[in-house]
Design a protein around this ligand. Structure first.
Ligand SMILES: [Ca+2]
Ligand SMILES: [Ca+2]
Length: 174
């Protein structure tokens, strides 16, 4: 039986309620347990951290129940995108599917770069990316692109930066 993608059914509600009962905050590990990448392996902890930090307004290391509603919607939206581009319903995004997805988002990348992306984000070494790694790939690409665009004021895809500007760029990301 294939593993479910996204939430392990209604259990996610219980996880949310229990976490709120205990501490008022849903932590990384609690969210990680509630999420499924479709392969029975633990959800990418880096993705979990990225998503929590997006919705954790007070920097408390987790989300409260209201913020959790945002997390839920965010992940569900990604689930729909993932299902749309996983054309063969394999539960993975292969190179071609990734190209169609990112092209759909407006990215213009070479075939060679798609190989680089798969190599970087394919944690399971299957030559394709699972749901959690697909989200991670898109988050990182978006962040890097946003920083680049700030410097590429004429939008021609080229920037010239000094050493310190380069360091500032990287500090924005790491
Ligand atoms: Ca697929
Ligand atoms: Ca430029």
């Amino acid at each position: 039986m294939p593993a479910p993608i996204v939430f392990r059914s209604v259990w996610v509600c219980e996880v949310g309620v229990q976490a709120v009962d205990r501490s008022g905050v849903i932590s990384d590990s609690e969210l990680q347990q509630a999420l499924s990448n479709g392969t029975w392996t633990p959800f990418n902890p880096v993705t979990v951290r990225s998503v929590i930090s997006m919705f954790d307004r007070e920097n408390k290391g987790g989300v409260n129940f209201n913020e959790f509603a945002g997390v839920w919607k965010y992940i569900t939206d990604w689930q729909n995108i993932f299902r749309t581009y996983d054309r063969d319903n394999s539960g993975f995004i292969d190179r071609n599917e990734l190209k169609q997805a990112l092209t759909g988002f407006g990215y213009r990348l070479s075939d060679q770069f798609y190989s680089t992306l798969i190599e970087k984000f394919d944690r399971q070494r299957k030559g394709q990316v699972a749901f959690d790694d697909f989200i991670q790939c898109c988050i990182v690409l978006q962040r890097l692109t946003d920083v680049f665009r700030r410097y590429d004021t004429d939008q021609d895809g080229w920037i010239q930066v000094s050493y310190e500007q380069y360091l500032s760029m990287v500090f924005n990301i790491v």
